[in-house]
Design a protein around this ligand. Structure first.
Ligand SMILES: Cc1cc2nc3c(=O)[nH]c(=O)nc-3n(C[C@H](O)[C@H](O)[C@H](O)COP(=O)(O)OP(=O)(O)OC[C@H]3O[C@@H](n4cnc5c(N)ncnc54)[C@H](O)[C@@H]3O)c2cc1C
Length: 207
């Protein structure tokens, strides 16, 4: 790899004790994810997949592919894929200015890790059958239900949830996307031990 490429320069910032950690472990611990995110952000690469106007690098798809390949080749930790690839683009496209101000800087700095609350015990491939519901109560929602296979739920600060907000609509409609603080009273996270003897796929109740 020529040292003049930005990717080579980035490798110089990869602490030796973080290199190749993903190869040796199924999941990185929170501290590693946060540390690597801060290093990337400090070099202007906090969100490699986002447009310039949203605070990202503005890279083309090909450039992102090169970045990903070089990171794997260098043995870097991953970033918070939920925040970077799933939640971030939704916030950038649809959130209010207040929501952006609340969440975007924290994603960039690695101060807030996210998990994805889509799957339910009886709603996997057929996600439109999800039953977790959110009822409007003034300026709040009351959420009731259960999610499962929620990767990183035990290490995340916030979760983006798919919930049913209109029980009368056809099942593919009436679903809303809520951003929820994992410290909200009533949330319970339980580990599910997988075949690799890790427990990175918790289930969670919202009561
Ligand atoms: C490592 C891992 C991490 C995950 N992390 C998350 C997460 O963070 N957040 C989250 O929300 N979800 C997560 N999931 C859940 C995942 O995204 C899927 O929703 C879930 O695995 C599929 O649902 P299920 O396991 O209930 O299987 P089911 O949907 O019940 O499917 C069981 C079997 O039936 C087959 N099948 C289903 N429907 C049909 C059909 N119509 N025709 C033919 N065959 C069919 C499937 O292919 C499968 O073999 C994770 C899953 C894994 C494995």
């Amino acid at each position: 790899m020529p040292v003049s490429t930005p990717f080579a320069r980035q490798c110089e910032h990869l602490p030796a004790d973080l290199a190749d950690k993903p190869v040796g472990s199924v999941r990185l611990i929170r501290a590693d994810l946060v540390r690597w995110q801060k290093i990337l952000n400090g070099n202007g690469w906090g969100t490699p997949y986002w447009a310039h106007k949203d605070g990202g690098t503005g890279w083309t798809v090909l450039q992102r592919l090169v970045f990903d390949e070089e990171c794997v080749a260098a043995g870097t930790p991953t970033q918070d894929g939920f925040a970077q690839k799933l939640l971030g683009p939704v916030i950038n496209a649809f959130a209010t200015p207040d929501q952006k101000a609340e969440h975007i800087p924290r994603i960039l700095k690695g101060e807030r890790l996210w998990c994805q609350g889509f799957s339910e015990p009886s709603s996997g491939s057929d996600l439109a059958s999800l039953r977790t519901r959110a009822d409007r109560d003034g300026d709040h929602y009351i959420v009731n239900g259960q999610k499962i296979w929620t990767s990183y739920a035990h290490e995340s600060d916030w979760i983006f949830l798919l919930v049913r907000t209109d029980a009368d609509a056809k099942k593919q409609a009436g679903i809303s996307f809520l951003l929820v603080d994992m410290q909200t009273p009533g949330i319970a996270v339980r580990p599910i031990r997988s075949i690799d003897d890790c427990h990175h796929l918790p289930e969670r109740d919202v009561l």
